[in-house]
Every structure is written in C-alpha cells, then in structure tokens.
Design a protein around this ligand. Structure first.
Ligand code: ATP
Ligand code: MG
Length: 282
C-alpha cells in the first residue's frame, strides 16, 4: 500500500494525514476487525485515529472494549466553532494509542452527518494524525461514497463466498467507472477458509493481480472481539497478526505511487443521483 506522499512521518505532525477507507460490498466481511487491528498496528509507529463511519449502527468501540464518552454527534453540536484542539477532546482513547471518533449513540442521528460536517472533521483530523482509518458502511450508501471519493487508499474487502465475490466485482466496476480504481487494494479476508472457491482463483475472478490475503483464524478473532483487544497487540506471532503488521509496515514505508488530484465530490454524488433519477422515471 502506498504511503502518504504528503506525510511528514518523521515529524510529529503530518502535513496531511492519509485517509484509508475500509470497505466491502457486503456486510459481515471483517471491516471492523481489520480497521481495529490495522489501526492498533499503525499506532505503534505513527499517530493514528479511527472514524466509525457506520453512522447508524457503528460498533468499532466494542472491538476495542471502549465505553465511548463522546461521539461524532457531540462534535456536530460544536461544528461552527470546533478546531483541531477542541476536536481532540471528543476522541476516545484506546490503550494502543489509537484515538476513535465513534458513531452517534442512536441510528436516527446518522442524518446529522452531512458532507459539510465530514469535510470539516476529516480536514481537522488530517492535521493531527498520520493515518485516519474509516470503518465504512457496507455497499455504496452516500456516506461510504463520500469516504471512497475522499480516501487516499480504499481497502476493498471480500471473502471467498460466491455472492460476496459477485458483489465485489460489481463494486470494482463502479469504482472503475468513477475513476477511483487506482486507489483500491483488494483484501481477501479468511483466505484459508474451506470454500468451493480457492483464494488462488480470486485474481482471475476479480481481474485484479495484486491482492492482500488475510488468513482465517476464527478462534483468535472471536476471542479478540469478545475481550475487545486487537490481536496484533498480544498475539503478534499468529499468522493473521503478522499479515496485518506487514500491512501497517507497508502503509508507513512504501514509496508513494498514487499521487492524485481528488475529484470534486459532487461528481460521485451526481453519478449516483443520475441513476436514482433514471429509476424514478422508469
Ligand atoms: N480473518 C478472520 N478469521 C476468522 N473470522 C473472522 C476473520 N475476520 C472476521 N472474522 C469474523 O467475521 C465476523 C464479522 O467481522 P466484522 O464484524 O469485522 O465484519 P464487518 O464487515 O465489520 O461486519 P458488519 O457489516 O456487521 O459491520 C466476526 O464475527 C469475526 O469474528
Ligand atoms: Mg463492522
């Protein structure tokens, strides 16, 4: 994964933090597990924060055994006057050093999260953190579209189930149409699980050569979720932990390969609005 071209990692503060959107076409694929563990792995090297982008039913705080004091709703209530210093106080701290901006306490507050609010919050976080990881909602709802458009890197997760691969392929097609494919890194989670489809078939199925494989380890992952402690912290020798620690190394050390000019956000929104209008007319 390319490191942030704008990042002064050697300095204490970044010039502009790297935004990583952790996505999947279907739910239950492992976005929260990857986000929590990759963030914990990164935070031993650079300043890292998580935004729980599942604004209706976010649960990343459970994977980290946190009882959130604040959420994005509290930030939104102060949005007119908030600056990087005051935003800091609304971030929940995990023992790994990761800071977390949790989702609103109730699903109906998700509507308060507008593009303007996100622009301000993400901009402020990028001035304070080297990496900002977003655990997004599955599929392509509007909030996820915002993050994939804005992200420097998109981790698109799949597993070996036929239906997930079918939807992942469609999502890749959409990302290609939106001219965002260059930011995508496909991650096959649970790649060693028993399935009709082998992990080695995935590059051909998805038309994607460069793939990150995360092994299956049901016991370790469920134990880690149940106690709320990322496995990269206490089980570094497990294969699954080694994979994610390597991903974190790559995030920090590889040379930048995807310097790009962010496209106006309205392009992505208008692309989907066009389809919505066509549907209404039909
Ligand atoms: N590599 C893995 N090996 C074994 N089990 C895994 C692995 N990754 C995730 N899981 C299991 O898959 C389930 C779903 O994981 P997770 O909650 O991270 O998915 P998600 O994509 O965030 O789901 P949701 O759409 O509900 O937010 C969890 O019960 C977890 O134990
Ligand atoms: Mg999740």
């Amino acid at each position: 994964m390319p490191a942030n071209p704008h990042n002064g990692i050697e300095n204490n503060l970044p010039q502009r933090g790297l935004l990583v959107a952790v996505c999947s076409a279907k739910g239950g694929i492992g976005r929260t597990v990857l986000t929590a563990n990759l963030a914990a792995a990164l935070s031993s090297k650079v300043k890292t924060c998580i935004v729980d982008g599942c604004f209706q039913f976010g649960d990343i705080h459970l994977a980290l055994d946190l009882q959130p004091m604040f959420s994005i709703k509290d930030v939104i209530e102060q949005i007119e006057t908030i600056d990087a210093e005051s935003l800091w106080h609304y971030l929940n701290r995990h023992d790994s050093g990761v800071r977390i901006l949790t989702a609103p306490p109730r699903p109906e507050y998700a509507d308060l999260v507008t593009v303007e609010v996100l622009d301000k919050i993400i901009g402020l976080l990028q001035s304070k953190f080297h990496h900002i990881l977003v655990d997004t909602m599955s599929g392509l709802p509007e909030h996820t579209l915002y993050f994939i458009e804005k992200a420097d890197n998109i981790l698109l997760m799949t597993d070996l189930e036929m239906a997930t691969l079918k939807n992942t392929k469609m999502m890749l097609d959409v990302l290609t149409t939106l001219d965002l494919r260059h930011k995508v890194h496909v991650v096959v989670n649970r790649s060693t699980m028993q399935s009709v489809i082998n992990a080695s078939d995935v590059p051909q199925i998805l038309g994607e050569e460069s793939i990150i494989y995360i092994p299956n380890d049901f016991e370790l992952v469920s134990k880690s979720l149940n106690i709320g402690l990322p496995f990269v912290m206490k089980n570094r020798r497990a294969d699954i932990a080694k994979t994610i620690l390597t991903m974190a190394e790559q995030c920090c050390s590889m040379k930048a390969a995807n310097i790009y000019e962010p496209r106006n956000i309205s392009f992505v929104q208008s692309f989907f609005n066009k389809f919505k209008k066509q549907k209404v007319r039909a």
